[in-house]
Design a protein around this ligand. Structure first.
Ligand code: HEC
Ligand code: HEC
Length: 405
């Protein structure tokens, strides 16, 4: 045999057995699957990105103030609704309901908040570009807190003067003001229009600062380690999975479908299992669409809203320089492309927070899997999904994998 062939043959045998050894070592995952597992595991979570639009984003005093405000029911029309009413600490900061219940009923499902400090766009449609400007939305929503920004400013001046001033500087003296907001009902809008622009600005400033404190608190809510993270850590450390860090064969098969045939990783990627972008996945309108007769256009409608928002990154209440607002300045404005597109939620802890989708349309994870397997036509716009052709066994494995997250 010529030396060249002999070399090639030895090479083949050696690499073949290394491959086989590697395969067994990695609990049946090939190199690409192991790499995918690494990217999805909590160990890959980068440090929390800074928020230049919020000068107190990581200030401990702001975190403490924000935590009080998050739980403060007095910031609502009936004195009963706080952020924590819908975002419950013991339920991943969501409420297990198809639609949120505040002063009235919201038209979308309450979103879980663990790891929300990593999101660039907030809400199912991303109509807010920072955590602090997001927090201002529910306070003035007629179905959530039903409050107004003048009431917020007056309440904070009266009840939180000391912590507020220590953190954010002197509070403007506010004489008794009517409930007023540019977003409220007719009376509230008229009352707002009657304030002079200096008063409006002072109130907006306090309102924005309330949002910034709440955001500082929300940034401390982080995802927690699960069985999949422990399993992946063991594999990557070259240890064979122990009882504390193992997955069953069914769960491993489900993981392989998640990153392979199921194409889930296309949108549910990174350690939070979301790409933080917007996709039309053909989810139907809610059953009770008598109550929701209007089609929810998702991201398509949100683009103009975030652009016009005075509390966005480029607005007068932001602490960022223009060049720190890249996400907003360079966002895609193609409304057609984003028709009925929504943000994929993080799938961490997903099995414990039914029902699913932006209006709780799907009651169980099995129905979610059926949805992906069938890839129905979109109500409007175009779905990005293709039918998957998963067998009964494959669907069961995928479900088992989602349950370990
Ligand atoms: C009545 C229930 C309710 C109340 C009260 C409420 N929320 Fe929400 N929250 C929701 C719903 C519903 C959504 C999704 C709404 C949408 O996409 O249009 C949401 C979305 C969010 C999001 C977006 C998460 C993400 O991943 O994009 C954050 C952050 C949030 N809420 C924080 C708050 C804060 C802070 C408060 C208090 C100031 C608050 N919420 C009050 C129901 C509520
Ligand atoms: C094209 C992007 C895309 C792909 C591919 C995709 N998803 Fe999703 N996923 C989304 C979006 C967007 C939502 C929210 C849709 C909505 O509410 O209308 C979502 C929602 C979910 C939810 C509900 C989460 C919740 O809290 O409501 C689960 C579970 C889920 N996906 C699992 C999967 C699985 C499993 C696969 C693979 C079979 C998959 N996804 C593939 C984009 C995608």
């Amino acid at each position: 045999m010529k030396p060249l062939y002999l070399g090639a043959l030895i090479g083949l045998v050696v690499s073949g057995s290394i491959g086989g050894y590697y395969y067994l070592q990695n609990n049946g995952l090939n190199e690409a699957q192991l790499e995918a597992a690494r990217t999805l595991s909590l160990a890959s979570l980068p440090t929390l990105p800074t928020d230049p639009s919020n000068a107190v984003a990581d200030n401990p005093a702001a975190i403490a103030l924000g935590q009080s405000l998050f739980n403060e029911t007095a910031l609502s029309a009936n004195g009963k609704v706080a952020c924590a009413t819908c975002h419950l600490e013991n339920s991943q900061f969501q409420d297990d309901l198809p639609l949120g219940q505040g002063i009235g009923t919201t038209d979308r499902r309450t979103m879980p908040l663990l790891g929300v400090g990593y999101a660039s766009w907030l809400f199912w449609d991303g109509r807010k570009d920072s955590l602090w400007s997001q927090a201002l939305g529910p306070i003035e929503s007629t179905v959530e807190h039903g409050f107004t920004r003048t009431q917020v400013a007056t309440y904070v001046a009266k009840n939180y003067q000391e912590p507020y001033e220590a953190l954010l500087g002197p509070l403007t003296t506010l004489e008794t003001l009517p409930a007023a907001s540019p977003l409220g009902n007719d009376t509230q809008q008229t009352a707002w229009a009657e304030l002079d622009s200096e008063q409006q600005n002072d109130i907006n400033q306090i309102f924005a600062n309330v949002g910034k404190s709440i955001a500082a608190f929300e940034r401390t809510l982080l995802p927690v380690e699960n069985q999949f993270d422990r399993y992946t850590a063991a594999l990557l450390a070259g240890e064979s999975p122990t009882e504390k860090a193992t997955l069953s064969q069914k769960e491993i098969d489900g993981f392989k479908i998640f990153v392979g045939k199921g194409e889930c990783i296309q949108c549910h990627n990174g350690p939070r299992l979301t790409d933080e972008f917007f996709h039309n996945t053909g989810v139907a309108s809610p059953q009770n669409s008598v109550q929701n007769p209007v089609i929810d256009h998702g991201r398509a409608d949100a683009i103009a809203i975030v652009e016009a928002d005075i509390f966005n990154c480029l607005g007068p209440y932001s602490d960022a320089n223009q060049d720190q607002c890249g996400e907003l300045r360079f966002m895609s404005r193609d409304e057609h492309l984003f028709e009925r597109a929504f943000k994929p939620p993080s799938l961490r802890g997903v099995a414990e927070r039914a029902p699913y989708m932006h209006a709780g349309q799907l009651a169980t994870l099995s129905l979610v899997i059926e949805h992906y397997n069938n890839a129905p036509t979109a109500v409007s716009g175009h779905t990005e999904l293709n039918p998957l052709g998963l067998s009964t066994n494959e669907k069961a494995s995928l479900l088992a994998f989602l349950e370990v997250l």
